[in-house]
Design a protein. Structure first.
Length: 627
């Protein structure tokens, strides 16, 4: 069972630092005290951090010391910025702690986002119906006589354009008040309706109705997906252990760096748990679906349609079972207050304008936004093109389709499990995880591109689709970290607006990519594989952009942006009331005090330094830091 209490190992007040899991915490009574330098006390705020100076019992290189100090200084600022972001914008109420069962049901909810509810069987049903209606593979659509596959890609582009508009309208308003969980509830109910309605589609002449239900259901599912992703940072940051860590930083008993690492680790852990849980649960459900379809049969067209309809009904029921518990247990957490003198009608546009004015100062957000766009262009359109080719190769077999999905989810779940184990052991950063995942998504593009010149490989054979499902064990890193990376760079209180923005950009790539690939396929005489070269080039450009994203600087920039907005848009009374709410919702450990004074000293090894956190009252907690 998933537990919200599984935390990275720590001793005393300071958690071991990333990449040095074997380091042991030291207290004042054990061994010789580390050599400490005189450190200047930093003023609180996102733009300040403790002065950190490295010393060693041996002669240390001044260049080495300067580099170490500069590195830790940035980490210190980023750590303070993580906490400052929570405290800057006035909210509509007190902080609500995440409970164990809210955490668990949040993970189980991911079943609905994993493609099972409508994506595979709904898409397979509409594609089978249109091919039964037009057996020559061409139809008139939009005034043109085009291949069916080109039409399907264009419909996907239209669908993503509709999602773009919907998210642009909802996103800026969702950060205000406590109403945003209703977006997920309404979207999920629409998905239920479309799933069960597709069960009533059975004739080739009904292909347009199937397509309409598929588009509306997919729109609803993607809106839910966007706001589900925006919810997860608050689920993590309202865990009792995160709140307690914040209080220790305020009291000076824990370094801000360690809090930042704990925050990053817990966010990465939760989203990997989501993906792992969703994958394994879906795999079990798919295994049952495969047995059910084998019993119905899948050789004749009539059997195929019946199998798709039965699978949609079955997955519809399971979707309800896995999502309703979260809606019951989910706490409607406080959002931003409306700024002084601002009404609901103008709040959304004002927030967008405020963010747009600060775009130059949120450079890391914009940089990752570009990388996210390019990499989503590659990965999303890759699955659209590959899915169409796959359905052609397996002749729209519902048994094969669900067997492929079962394999993909088993391998994807295993990939996320391995990531959880490796990250707990090595504490690699979210950026490192997303970089690895991005590289792994590009290899199938190259494979598909080779298929433009040969039929031996390149998605022309059934065995290759088994292989691509198994490849999910590596691409799990992209699915597990690309969303967590958003929460690394965007301002915390603006999660819903910025997650909607990123989802819009993702859907823009889904809008542009299918139209470009459809044009490539059409110009290439209906050959699908030429499109992969466009996708590969786009993905390589995205990978290069991702390399230059600085997550520490992003946190510092976000805190400064929020401080400016609070000063410009909120009254003194609102800010004072927000501070009072924040103090009352804390666990009561400590009232915020002077920031910690952090110094470093190299002990016996020039590559390992002890981080000394001095309390305002003089007691010390010592942890380990890797230079």
């Amino acid at each position: 069972m998933v537990s919200s209490n599984d935390a990275p190992e720590s001793k005393g007040s300071v958690s071991p630092t990333v990449n040095d899991t074997n380091a042991q915490a030291t207290d004042g009574s054990s061994g010789a005290a580390p050599t400490r330098s005189v450190a200047a006390t930093a003023a609180p705020g996102p733009d300040s951090a403790p002065e950190i100076i490295a010393e060693s019992p041996r002669a240390a290189s001044p260049v080495h010391s300067e580099k170490l100090a500069a590195n830790l200084n940035v980490k210190g600022k980023a750590g303070h910025a993580v906490i400052d972001q929570r405290q800057t914008i006035p909210t509509t109420g007190k902080r609500r702690h995440t409970t164990k069962w809210e955490y668990i049901t949040f993970c189980l909810f991911y079943f609905s986002l994993n493609g099972a509810p409508i994506g595979n069987n709904g898409g397979g049903l509409r594609q089978a119906l249109v091919n039964m209606k037009y057996p020559d593979g061409y139809l008139t659509w939009g005034g043109e006589y085009i291949p069916i596959n080109a039409m399907l890609l264009r419909v996907q582009g239209v669908m993503f354009a509709a999602q773009l508009v919907t998210l642009m309208i909802l996103g800026p308003y969702a950060d205000y008040g406590n109403w945003r969980p209703w977006i997920m509830i309404v979207g999920q109910v629409l998905l239920y309706i479309c799933q069960f309605s597709l069960c009533g589609i059975s004739q080739p002449d009904q292909w347009e109705a199937a397509q309409a239900l598929f588009v509306v259901g997919s729109l609803a599912a993607n809106v839910v997906n966007s706001f589900y992703a925006a919810t997860f940072p608050s689920i993590v940051r309202d865990l009792p252990k995160l709140i307690e860590s914040e209080e220790r930083v305020k009291a000076g008993t824990e370094s801000p760096e360690n809090h930042s690492k704990l925050d990053e680790y817990e966010r990465a852990k939760l989203y990997n748990l989501n993906n792992m849980t969703g994958s394994y649960v879906v795999a079990v459900v798919y295994a049952i679906a495969v047995g059910m379809i084998a019993g119905i049969g899948y050789t004749t067209n009539e059997q195929k349609i019946t199998s798709f309809r039965a699978a949609l009904g079955y997955f519809g029921f399971m979707t309800v079972a896995f999502t309703v518990p979260f809606f019951i247990l989910h706490k409607h957490r406080p959002g931003q207050q409306l700024p002084s003198g601002t009404g609901w009608l103008t709040a959304g546009p004002k927030q967008v304008w405020s963010a747009a004015k600060s775009a130059k100062k949120l450079k890391q957000v914009m940089l990752y936004l570009l990388a996210y766009f390019l990499l989503n262009e590659t990965w999303g359109t890759y699955w659209a093109v590959t899915g169409i080719i796959q359905n052609d190769v397996i002749h729209y077999s519902p048994l094969m389709l669900n067997a492929f999905s079962l394999t993909a989810d088993l391998c994807g779940g295993t990939g996320h499990l391995l990531l959880l184990i490796l990250q707990k052991r090595f504490r690699f950063s979210v950026k490192q995880g997303v970089m690895f995942g991005a590289v792994m998504t590009l290899i199938p593009q190259l494979w598909g591109g080779i298929g433009r010149f040969t039929t031996r490989v390149g998605f022309h054979n059934e065995w290759e689709f088994w292989l691509v499902q198994a490849w999910n064990i590596t691409t799990a890193a992209w699915g597990g970290y690309n969303v967590t990376m958003i929460s690394e760079v965007v301002p915390g209180p603006k999660s819903y607006m910025f997650f909607a923005l990123f989802n819009c950009v993702g859907k823009t790539s889904g809008f542009v990519g299918p139209f470009i690939t459809a044009a490539i396929i059409q110009a290439d005489g209906g050959k699908n594989n030429g499109a992969y070269w466009f996708l590969l080039g786009t993905g390589l450009l995205g990978l290069l952009t991702l390399y230059f994203v600085d997550t520490d600087q992003a946190k510092i920039d976000s805190a400064a942006y929020l401080a400016r907005e609070a000063e410009e848009m909120y009254s003194e009374e609102q800010r004072a009331a927000a501070k009072h709410n924040l103090e009352e919702s804390s666990p009561g450990t400590t009232t915020p005090t002077t920031p910690a004074v952090v110094s470093t000293a190299e002990v016996q090894d020039s590559e390992k330094a002890s981080t000394v956190v001095e309390h305002p009252v003089g007691t010390n907690a010592v942890g380990q830091s890797k230079s």
